[in-house]
Design a protein around this ligand. Structure first.
Ligand code: HAM
Length: 419
């Protein structure tokens, strides 16, 4: 019978890899806690309308990348393509805005986009998503980037580019939209089909079109920074001076519009030069009208998401750890010894000493080999003689020394030796 394989664009995270994911997650939790963030867990399935309204119905994600289905004819549901809309839905639904003026939240989990799979691009991928709700203070924008860079530096990623931009408010954007439409007027026939269609609905999308010709055309487009209003300019200046006061290097990239429609004012991305492609490892920005657009009060917000797979692919080798080896391996010979070993092995585990044994009745030599392969520091040898005397032979694999240890005191010995 043919074996069933994983769905295209989806992937398994195997044990060694999952171990490293856990470490990175744990590190994120530690850093985020220092900055006052709390975890929120939201479902991976939402009503489709949340994303069409939240992300924008003329974005690539909503137009062609969502896994949407009818729930047996009752309602349209979608596997979340990102977390921001879900976090905000929960924020509104549970009146979380009434608890705190500023609420800092993070969530970690899978997202789904039906993109063309390639290196670093999957159909199920994971994000570490961070959102700050309740303030439009530009120092919050800087604070978020400081935390992000602290996190990435802590993982050994020092050589990174932080690109920032401002997309202005809805008023500045509508002026800019007209400028972009005018700029593209003469070349519109050369644009790809998607961009031609979107020219009048969502011209900013041309900026992040992956088509090469569109990229060439939009290269010389006007800069949004020349069209933002005074309030937005002051906001952007304050973000910049806050980053500078912290000596956090950044670059201004006026062509960075981001692929989701909810952004206002500050947007940012992190790319790593050695990545080779233009894919960002982190993307984020401010979304001051989104809570309101999703049916909540008029509350500001800003956030970012780190692509977990991309992050893991970038970690330097010294950041890759292997899962810890069992402290003890019990090599038992004979049925009676295996019975004793079974009880001892689980007794030690219950006391917090990672212990392994072999159930296959293998020779002492092959059990020692297995212990060595597992990397166990100690091996307890149990045969008929040891059962009779009530003492096992405890071998230190590192020093190749051996001592007789009463079976009811094995745990104390291990604890003493490990000290
Ligand atoms: P995004 O730029 O769409 O933003 O995604 C953020 C990150 O997720 C990307 O920089 C990338 O690392 C990763 N990513 C996206 N798509 C894929 C994929 N198909 N395969 C692998 N990794 C991928 C957002 O999702 C916003 N919700 C971020 C945000 C939070 N803005 C404000 N708050």
């Amino acid at each position: 019978m043919d074996a069933i394989t994983v769905v295209k664009g989806f992937k398994d995270i195997l044990p060694e890899e999952a171990f490293n994911w856990q470490r990175v997650e744990q590190f994120a939790r530690t850093i985020f806690a220092d900055f006052g963030f709390k975890e929120i867990r939201v479902p991976i399935l939402e009503k489709t309308e949340l994303f069409t309204r939240g992300i924008g119905d003329t974005t690539d994600i909503v137009e062609k990348e969502m896994y949407t289905f009818s729930d047996r004819g009752t309602e349209s549901l979608t596997l979340r393509p990102e977390a921001t809309a879900s976090v905000l839905r929960a924020y509104i639904e549970h009146n979380l805005f009434s608890q705190n003026a500023v609420l800092r939240l993070f969530t970690i989990g899978p997202m789904f986009r039906r993109e063309r799979p390639q290196k670093g691009r999957y159909r199920q991928f994971h994000q570490i998503d961070v959102e700050v709700l309740g303030s439009d203070d530009p120092r919050i924008d800087a604070e978020l980037m400081i935390m992000l860079v602290r996190f990435l530096n802590g993982l050994g990623l020092d050589n990174l580019n932080l690109d920032i931009n401002s997309l202005g408010c809805s008023a500045c954007r509508s002026t800019f939209r007209e400028k972009v439409i005018a700029f593209l007027k003469d070349t519109q026939d050369d644009l790809c089909e998607d961009c031609r269609r979107r020219l009048h609905t969502n011209p900013l999308r041309v900026f992040d079109c992956k088509n090469e010709t569109c990229g060439q055309i939009i290269k010389d487009a006007p800069s949004i920074l020349d069209f933002i209003c005074d309030d937005c300019r002051n906001h952007f200046e304050k973000v910049r001076s806050s980053l500078e006061s912290f000596e956090l290097p950044y670059r201004i990239n006026h062509r960075m519009v981001r692929g989701l429609d909810y952004y206002t004012r500050t947007t940012f991305e992190v790319t790593i030069p050695q990545m080779g492609s233009q894919n960002a490892v982190v993307g984020g920005g401010r979304y001051d009208g989104l809570v309101r657009d999703l049916g909540g009060p008029d509350i500001s917000g800003i956030g970012f998401a780190i692509g977990f797979e991309r992050l893991m692919a970038l970690l330097p080798p010294e950041q890759t750890a292997v899962p810890p080896a069992p402290a003890l391996f019990i090599a038992a010979l004979g049925n009676q010894a295996r019975e004793v070993a079974f009880r001892l092995c689980n007794r030690l585990r219950l006391k917090g000493i990672p212990t392994e044994m072999d159930y296959e009745g293998k020779s002492l030599k092959s059990q020692m080999k297995k212990a060595d392969k597992l990397g166990s520091r100690y091996v307890l040898i149990l045969g008929d003689r040891e059962i009779e005397t009530g003492q096992g032979e405890l071998r230190d694999m590192r020093s190749s020394t051996q001592q007789a240890v009463p079976l009811d005191q094995v745990e104390n010995h291990i604890i003493q030796l490990e000290k």
